[in-house]
Design a protein around this ligand. Structure first.
Ligand code: GAR
Length: 223
């Protein structure tokens, strides 16, 4: 992975609400994250995230996937726009389009995505409901480098949340989203610090980490 120590240039792709985009903007404004958002791109004109970007004086563009005859043509346009804005790292933040090899090969190990489950469990859509329906005791969220395949690629950071017995989809989604907002800026910070290394499909994090995670968690309790 490129060792970048100066601020990293981000291109953020969204499709909707953009609360993860907001969390990244907030982390930059707090100076927890040395990054500049060069452009926000939505494939939908009605995405509220566009408004969030504009409020912060960030360039925001709409590139509607429907205007393109194929996934590859759409991705070629994305690559052109991202490269012309000198984007180093592409951040998918609720971007609900599968990327083709055109994008993935243009930014190898330089596209991050976030997913509201503990990958590789529950890829795809409606995953909070799927976790509840299966009676999962724990779920969470995952930031990963995008590889070809749905919600697939080397895992950078995860957060675990409990699934309560009477959770609604909405309640679990909110509990997970609160942690998404914490882990996404952290994943980007680790990249910016040049600490992420991808080898053999895995991410290794260089440097000291304060890990006190030797405790297992059970639900139901063992006694
Ligand atoms: C988030 O929960 C994100 O994990 C999910 O879409 C939501 C976007 O929220 N992404 C996926 O499911 C991708 N597979 P946001 O627009 O408020 O950031």
């Amino acid at each position: 992975m490129a060792a970048v120590d100066s601020a990293v240039n981000l291109g953020i792709l969204i499709s909707g609400h953009g609360s993860n985009l907001q969390a990244i903007i907030d982390a930059i404004m707090r100076r927890d994250l040395a990054a500049q958002i060069k452009i926000v791109i939505s494939n939908r004109a009605d995405a509220f995230g566009l408004e969030r970007a504009r409020r912060h004086g960030i360039e925001a563009a709409v590139i509607e996937h429907r205007r393109f005859p194929s996934r590859e043509d759409f991705d070629r346009e994305l690559v052109d726009v991202l490269k012309s804005h000198e984007v180093d790292l592409v951040i998918l933040a609720g971007f609900m389009r599968l990327l083709s090899p055109v994008m993935i090969q243009a930014f190898p190990n330089r596209i991050m995505n976030i997913h509201p489950a503990l990958l590789p469990a529950f890829p795809g859509l409606h995953v909070q409901k799927a976790a509840i329906d299966r009676g999962a005791r724990f779920s969470g969220c995952t930031v990963f480098f995008v590889a070809e395949g749905l919600d697939d690629g080397p895992i950078i950071i995860q957060a675990v949340v409990p699934v309560h017995p009477n959770d609604t989809e909405q309640e679990l989604s909110e509990r997970i989203l609160a942690q998404e907002h914490r882990i996404y800026p952290r994943a980007i910070q680790l990249y910016q610090q040049g600490r992420l290394e991808v080898r053999d499909g895995r991410v290794y994090i260089n440097g000291e980490l304060d890990l006190s995670l030797d405790q297992a968690t059970f639900n139901p309790p063992l006694r």
